[in-house]
Design a protein around this ligand. Structure first.
Ligand code: UD1
Length: 382
């Protein structure tokens, strides 16, 4: 029983891949603190290596998942289908039906879990709704659009998302601007981030290096594009040291495209395994600049006020460009070089922290959900 003898609202929170964990942790914490919810964590197992998954559970204080689906890697259709099958199976079991399923971000697990719930008429809440890159070849763009269409609660991190959702015919009443739960995690972990010894371990002085991350299929899955990126890395390492925590997908592609030898020749590039959360954020916070194709890192760099040069032609997170430190620079070497030189000469743009990226997004989400369920009850329509 929750407060005042009410039945607790049973919420199944689904995570699957690395960028999901920091978005979900604050919601679970806020739900527990409210006393009105029974949060249950499900892990699809899309990411399964210790350093892609469990180390994040430890760093973020996530509870052990009550449900582990173990889907692993595979082609998109297969991975998505496996999550749908396993999730549906769980939701159909006696006493397993939640009042609400919460999905975060835009990975295959996000869409698959949302679809399984929606087909059983269980309301879905999408955290980080409405972001659009308008690049239809990006797997995440498909996941975002479809998840938003079947969600009842759309929690957005920036105003651009509201416009996107309204354009797609979503009812305005479903959209709630709450801020960014990934940034809630960053603020909460600041003491552990400050205490990280990663700079000493890698023998680095603050501001003396750049951080590189790469994993988008568009950058690493074909020879020509990866080759372009390597030229950027070769240029950058002539200016300052490059620290490159390498995603497993990128390592696999480097090997299969025969490009690993070329990277190994670069004396000022340090390749590491994927880092834990606190170490990675510490590394970013002390870097001169970031080169990345990640979505989340554009946001983390913005909050840490570290210049971010995004190696993509678009971003689904325009507030990081309009307000934050981010520049969408593509993969053209001349353009990247121009942006690097701006940072090194101290003429990178000034930035601010976007609205509601204040560490309280999860509290806002929980308040909205609690109000809804207390007003309309658990038999809420989908
Ligand atoms: C997924 C998400 C992407 C997110 C990224 C963060 C989709 C479509 N993509 O991409 O949006 O930015 O996670 O990392 O959901 N692998 C391992 N160990 C693991 C996980 C993956 O070795 O724990 C390797 C496997 O070889 C696998 C490959 O990485 O085939 C890709 O993994 P997958 O989950 O399919 O996609 P990501 O590229 O990680």
């Amino acid at each position: 029983m929750g407060l005042y003898g009410r039945k607790k609202i049973k919420a199944l929170i689904v995570v699957g891949a690395r960028p999901n964990f920091m978005k979900a942790a604050p919601i679970i914490r806020a739900m527990k603190a409210s006393g009105a919810f029974l949060p249950i964590l499900a892990h699809t197992g899309q990411h399964y290596d210790y350093n892609m998954s469990k180390s994040f559970f430890e760093a973020l204080g996530l509870p052990k998942p009550r449900l582990y689906l173990g889907v692993g890697s595979g082609p998109h259709g297969q991975q998505t289908a496996k999550v749908i099958l396993a999730m549906e199976n769980h939701l159909l079991q006696k006493n397993s039906r939640p009042d609400l399923v919460i999905v975060v971000g835009d990975v295959n697990s996000t869409l698959a879990a949302a679809l399984a719930a929606r087909k059983l008429n269980i309301p879905v809440a999408h955290v980080e709704a409405g972001l659009r890159s308008f690049d239809e070849t990006m797997p995440e763009e498909v996941n975002r659009r479809l998840t938003d269409q079947i969600s009842k609660f759309l929690f957005i991190t920036e105003e651009s998302a509201r416009k996107n959702l309204l354009r797609e015919g979503i009812d305005a009443k479903k959209i709630h601007f709450v801020g960014n739960t990934m940034i809630d995690s960053l603020y909460r972990n600041l003491p552990q981030i400050k205490a990280s010894c990663i700079l000493d371990k890698l023998n680095l002085a603050s501001q003396s290096y750049a951080v590189l991350t790469l994993h988008r299929p568009s950058n690493v899955d074909n020879y020509e594009n990866f080759n372009k990126i390597l030229k950027i890395v070769e240029y950058t390492e002539r200016k300052l040291q490059v620290i490159f925590p390498m995603h497993p997908r990128t390592l696999k592609q480097l090997d299969s495209l025969g490009l690993n030898g070329r990277l190994k020749k670069l004396k000022h590039v340090v390749v590491t395994k994927p880092l834990g959360y606190n170490d990675f954020i510490k590394l970013v916070s002390s870097a001169r600049f970031i080169l990345t194709d990640s979505g989340g890192i554009q946001e983390e760099a913005t909050v840490l006020k570290v210049p971010c040069i995004t190696l993509r032609e678009n971003t689904e997170r325009p507030v990081t460009v309009e307000v934050g430190t981010n520049v969408v620079a593509g993969t053209n070497l001349a353009n990247i070089a121009k942006n690097i030189n701006k940072v090194l000469s101290g003429t990178a743009k000034k930035s601010n922290i976007p609205k509601y990226w204040d560490g309280k997004a999860a509290e806002r989400i929980v308040k909205i959900l609690q109000n809804h369920y207390e007003t309309f009850g658990s038999n809420t329509y989908v």
